[in-house]
Ligand binder design. Structure first.
Ligand code: O7E
Length: 223
């Protein structure tokens, strides 16, 4: 049952291997940080904080600066997932984040829509916070297998636990691994990349910095 229908690697262009998590709550702030750091990040991840504050139109705006990954951690029945993904891709997202725990049919619904838009789906397996050890970590490898079977482009694995990135990389084969938890949550950029992450996701340590461009460049220097 684990015959993979994956599109390994996805379509994101691998350059700096850094993704900016833009969890600010105003369009102006988002645009100014994205512009200041233009050219550094391979993608910008936009989530609930910015989309609930400013609406989906921020996706198109920011995608003039870098490809946008819409992070609503989609976790519903297949039909609803289908509708959500269509909204996000038609708003200009290049990728979406979906939970894997909802099961194969729900994840496949996201992948079906993504394929139509030539976009990416990244499946959440094990999250970076301590609470992820309660329910997610024990079944994370199974969720990676599900991501492979469903045809996702990649998975999300925790920079706070590089040994888990290593284990999930073994299960994930050629899937792209994007990894949050660097900086504010205590994870090390180098350790995450060395453990097998393709990209590190960085938020507060850049957007809360007095000089976001310098903070981003300092990360580049570490790679
Ligand atoms: O801690 P920061 O400020 O560097 O931000 C990390 C970002 O990654 C933030 O948007 C958070 O919601 C997200 N994230 C995690 O921190 N841990 C996870 O396990 C998963 C995500 C996430 O983005 O998942 C989708 C890629």
């Amino acid at each position: 049952i684990f015959r993979a229908t994956k599109r390994p690697g996805g379509i994101m262009k691998k350059n700096s291997r850094l993704i900016l998590a833009l969890d600010v709550e105003s369009r102006d702030k988002a645009n100014s940080i994205a512009s200041e750091t233009e050219g550094i990040f391979d993608a910008i991840k936009v989530g609930y904080p910015l989309m609930l504050s400013e609406g989906l139109s921020v996706i198109k705006e920011l995608s003039n600066i870098a490809p946008v990954i819409a992070d609503l951690k989609i976790a519903d029945i297949p039909n609803t997932n289908h509708l959500i993904c269509n909204r996000l891709f038609s708003a200009g997202a290049q990728g979406v984040i979906a939970h894997a725990f909802t099961g194969r049919d729900s994840l496949e619904a996201c992948v079906d829509v993504a394929k139509r838009w030539s976009g990416d789906v990244y499946a959440v397996t094990e999250m970076s916070h301590p609470g992820a050890l309660e329910f997610m970590a024990p079944v994370a490898e199974r969720m990676v297998m599900l991501a492979l079977v469903a045809g996702a482009s990649g998975i999300v694995a925790p920079a706070t636990r590089p040994e888990r990135i290593r284990a999930l990389r073994r299960a994930a084969g050629g899937l792209t691994i994007i990894s949050p938890g660097v900086g504010a949550q205590g994870g090390s950029l180098r350790d995450a990349l060395e453990a097998g992450a393709d990209y590190a996701i960085v938020g507060r340590s850049v957007y809360e910095s007095a000089n976001p461009r310098a903070a981003a460049e300092a990360l580049l220097d570490l790679i």
